[in-house]
Design a protein around this ligand. Sequence first.
Ligand SMILES: [Zn+2]
Length: 737
Amino acid sequence: MDKKKEKEKKPENIENTSNNTLTRKRLLILMAVFILIAMIIAGYTGYIQFVWANELRVKAYEQQNRDRTIKAERGTIYDSSGNVLAISVSVDTISVSPIEVRKNKSITVEEVAQELSSILELDYENVLNKLNMDNHYQLIASKVERSTSDLLKAFIKEHKVSGIYIHQDSKRYYPFGSLAAHVIGFTGDDNQGLYGLELSLDNYLRGTDGKILTELDVAGTELPFAFESRIEAVDGYDVITTINTDIQKIAENVVKQAIEDNKAEGGAVCIVSDCKTSEILAMVSEPGMDLNNPRALPEGYTIDGWTGLRKSDVDLLYSTVWRNKAIMDTYEPGSTFKSLTTAMALEEDIVQQDTMVDDFPVTVYGATIHCWAKQYPHGKETFLQAVYNSCNPVFVKVSHLIGIKRFYEYIESFGFRDPSGIELMGEGQSIFHSEPTKLDMSVASFGQRFQITPIQMVAAYNAIANGGYLIKPSLTDAIADKQGNIIYDFEPQVVRQVISEETSDEMRKILQGVVSEGGGKNAYVDGYRIAGKTGTSETTVEGVYVSSFIGFAPADNPVITVLLIVFNPQGDSYYGSQVAAPYAKLIFEQALEELSVEKQGTAGKEKTPVYVPNLNGYNVEKAAKKIKSYGLNYEIEGSTAGEDVTIMYQFPESGTVIAKDGVIILYTYVPENKKTVKMPYLAGKDKSYVVKALKDLGLNINSDGDGECIGVQYPAGTYVEKGTIVNITFRFTDYPD
Ligand SMILES: [Zn+2]
C-alpha cells in the first residue's frame, strides 16, 4: 500500500520509479518516521483520552449540531400544603462561534471580548482567547441569570453582533435554603439528582431532554430548514411531599435551641411523624447545610484550597453537614425501648398493669442488674408503677418470661431488623447480637447494647400509638404532572400488625402516665396529654451520651409522634429527662397548635399572659380598679392620702407582657431611686415555693417548665427593681432517664 501510494504521489520522478533499490531504502526511512510518529501519538493518547476526550467529543458534536438540546424542565418539589421546596429557575448558557464573531464588520473582536467579560464578570484575556479560536463553538458561561443575559441581548441587538448564542437552561433553586435540607437534597451541574429526594426520586423529577437536529455543511452554515428534525422534551413530574413546612421550622428552631442550651457536640435529630400513616411531617438533622450552596465549607473547619469538589472535601461533607443522622446513623435507645418491652409483655399476657412485681436486683450469668434507685429501691410495686419508675430489674424479669425466641421475634416484627423503607438512600443497618444470650436479652429489655436508627424507632412508636400497625415511613404523598394531574397517589403501606388494638390502647394510657406522673414529666403539656418516654445511653466513648425523648399526643387519639435525640450533650446534665424532654415538649406544644389540635379542659387558659395597662395620671382608686380588671395585682409606693393623688410612675411599664396574677408597682411620686429587693436563694426549690417567695417580694415571674428551680436569671443576693419580671427555669429532676 505504502509503496503504491508513494508511487502515485510522485509520478513524475522517473529516476525513483525506475530504481527498485532506492525505493526500498526510502520505504525503510518512511517506516522509521511512521514508528516515531506513532510513539509520539501513543504518548499523548492517555492525556487525550482522560482529559480532552470528553471535551473534544462535545465540541465535535456541538460543531455538527450547534447545541440544540431542548432541556426538559425538572419537576418541582412541594410541601404538603403546596409551598415550593425546590424549583428550577430559568438561566441561560452563553456560547459563541468565534469564526462568526470575527466576521462582524461593525465591531472588533476585542470590543466583543470586552463586553462579554464585563457583563458576565469574566477574565478579558480568557474570553479573547476563546474568540480567537478557529472553530464554531466556544462555551463562554453557563447558569447565567436571566437579568444578566438580558443585558447581553441588548448589546447584541444594539451592535447587530452575530455569532453569540444564548440558550435557555435551568438551575435548581431552594426557596427555604437550609430548611429540610437532608430530605429535599440537591442536584449537580447537569440538574441530575445527587442527594435526598432529588436523588431518590430523580426518575420522576428528571424528565427527558429533547433535541433539534440541524446538520451543518462543511463551512458550518446551517443547512436549509428541510433538514431539521425535532424531538420534544418531556418535562419531569412534580413531587408533593409529606413535609409540613411550618412544623419543620418549629422542629428546626427547637433543635437548634436544644443543641445550644445543652452544648451538644454531636448535634441532634428530630423526626415528627403522623402516627396513623407514618408520613413524615418534619425531619431535622443538625448540623445541616444550605441547599443553595451545599458544598460550602462546614462551620468550624479551616481547610486549604477548599472547593467542595475534591474527594477529601466531599468525604468531609458526607461525614458532617450532608449526613442525615435521622436515617443514616444508629444509636442505643436506652429506656425509650422499655415501651417496646412493655408492649410485648402486655401482648403476650405475661403481666397486667396491676400485677405485683419488685425491682430487687436480678443476676444473669453473674451480672447483677439494679434499679437506678439503687440506694432506695422501689421494692414491691405494680407493673404500671415499675414502668413509671423505669425500674430495670422489672423489665429484665419480664423479658425472661417472654423468652429469647419471642423477644427477638417482636424486635423483628416492630421493624428493627430491616431498613424502614423510607424514600431516602443510605439507611443505616441496625445492630443486634447475632446469637443473643439470656444476658443480651436482659440488657436489651431496657434498651442497651444494641443499635437502631431513629426512623425505625419512630415507626415502632407509631405502631404502639395507632392500634398496633407498623407502617412504612414515607415522605412522598403524590407525583403530579405539570398540569396538576396526579400520576401516582401514595397510600400508607401497612407492613404488619405487631400488637393488638387492646394492647395499643393500654400502651397509650401507660405512656401518658409516664409523662404526667413518671420520668417523662418534663415533656408534660397541660391539656395535650402527651404519652412518651425518656432515654439516656452511654456510647462506647466514655463521657459521651445520647439523650432522647420519644412520644406521641394526644394520648387518647394520637396525631403526631415526636422523637428528639441530642448527641453528646456537654452541659449541666446528660439525662434525657433534662436534655431532650423539655424540648420535645416545645415541639409538641407548637406543632399540635399548628395542626389545630384542641387542648382539653381549661388547660392553659389561666396562664394567658396580659399586656400591662398604662396607669400614669390615674388616681389611685381608678388605677386599682383597672389593674383588677386585668387580673393583676398592685403595690403602692408613696402616700395615697388625698383625692388628687395620681400615679406618677409604674413598673413594669405599660405594654409589657406579664403573667396573669402578676404585680405592678405604682408610685404616687416621681422616684429618684426606684425600690429594689434582694434576690433570694432559689436553686433546687419547688416551683410553688419560688412563686410565693417572689410574690412576697413584689417580683414577677416568667417560668419555664415545672418541678424544681434549676436556673434563675439573677443570682441570689443581687438587687433588682421591685416589679421586675424574673425568668426562672423549672425541671423535674427526680428521674435520671
Ligand atoms: Zn425501681
